[in-house]
Design a protein around this ligand. Structure first.
Ligand SMILES: [Zn+2]
Length: 245
């Protein structure tokens, strides 16, 4: 069906997720720019399938893709097998609110997903993640905002995207065993972030405290946290929480 070669280890995991969820996994090939900046892949679903979005022109899913493809498939596992909540729109959203709802829907899920992926023996972050953090550190150290492009989508999205980047780095330090050099890199990132965006810190800390004070690795604790964060972000009235499994 696709002109796409997938290494056996990855296709085996995809078949396991299909068996557990009862949903076929399909690939969607996206034009350049349609997958968020800094991401290799994205997750989507409809009533009858799980989608893994790949950049147009992808012909081979090898080791470089391992984390990203496991990661997106595992989003499907949380929703369609493990009883985790997600959001659906309750009313028409602006394009900025749609993107906000998308990152809100993945900010906490990604920590749970990365944990499951690492328990499968795959590294907990994407192939380019540490390299991206190094570039972010360099920009912050030189007084540049590495997220300036995201502000073009809208001021709220720009602010929340930063928070997501902080939470992701924090989550690797909090919940994963990392080698010393990677820990040092991420600690440096959190420090540079705090020095560069002091206005952002109170809101970021509120989200981090919420995540720390509940068991996000259970559907119930995860549900409480994403409900509270949707309130903090001011879109709780516009989206509804739903469970599919
Ligand atoms: Zn994700």
């Amino acid at each position: 069906m696709y002109n796409l070669r997938i290494i056996p280890r990855i296709s085996h995991y995809l078949r396991r997720v299909e068996a557990a969820t009862g949903m076929p996994i399909n690939f969607q090939f996206m034009p350049e720019g349609d997958i968020a900046p800094g991401m290799q892949t994205a997750f989507g679903y409809d009533s009858s399938s799980i989608f893994i979005m790949l950049p147009q022109g992808t012909t081979r899913i090898g080791r470089r893709w391992e984390h990203s493809v496991y990661h997106e498939a595992t989003h499907g596992l949380l929703l369609f097998n493990q009883g985790y909540h997600t959001f659906e729109r309750r009313e028409a959203l602006t394009s900025e609110e749609t993107k906000l709802a998308m990152i809100l829907g993945s900010i906490v899920d990604d920590i749970v997903v990365n944990k499951i992926v690492s328990e499968e023996g795959v590294q907990p972050f994407g192939y380019y993640y540490l390299q991206t953090v190094k570039q972010e550190n360099m920009a912050l150290k030189n007084g540049r905002d590495p997220y300036a492009a995201h502000l073009k989508i809208g001021p709220d999205f720009g602010a929340k995207f930063k928070i997501c980047r902080y939470i992701l780095a924090w989550s690797f330090l909090e919940h994963f065993r990392l080698v010393y050099l990677n820990r040092r890199l991420l600690r440096r990132y959190l420090r540079l972030f705090s020095e560069s965006f002091p206005d952002q810190i109170p809101e970021t800390e509120k989200s981090v405290d919420l995540i720390s004070s509940h068991n996000i690795f259970s559907p119930q604790g995860h549900g409480v946290v994403i409900r509270e964060i949707s309130r903090l972000w001011g879109i709780s009235g516009k989206v509804a929480m739903v469970v599919y499994s």
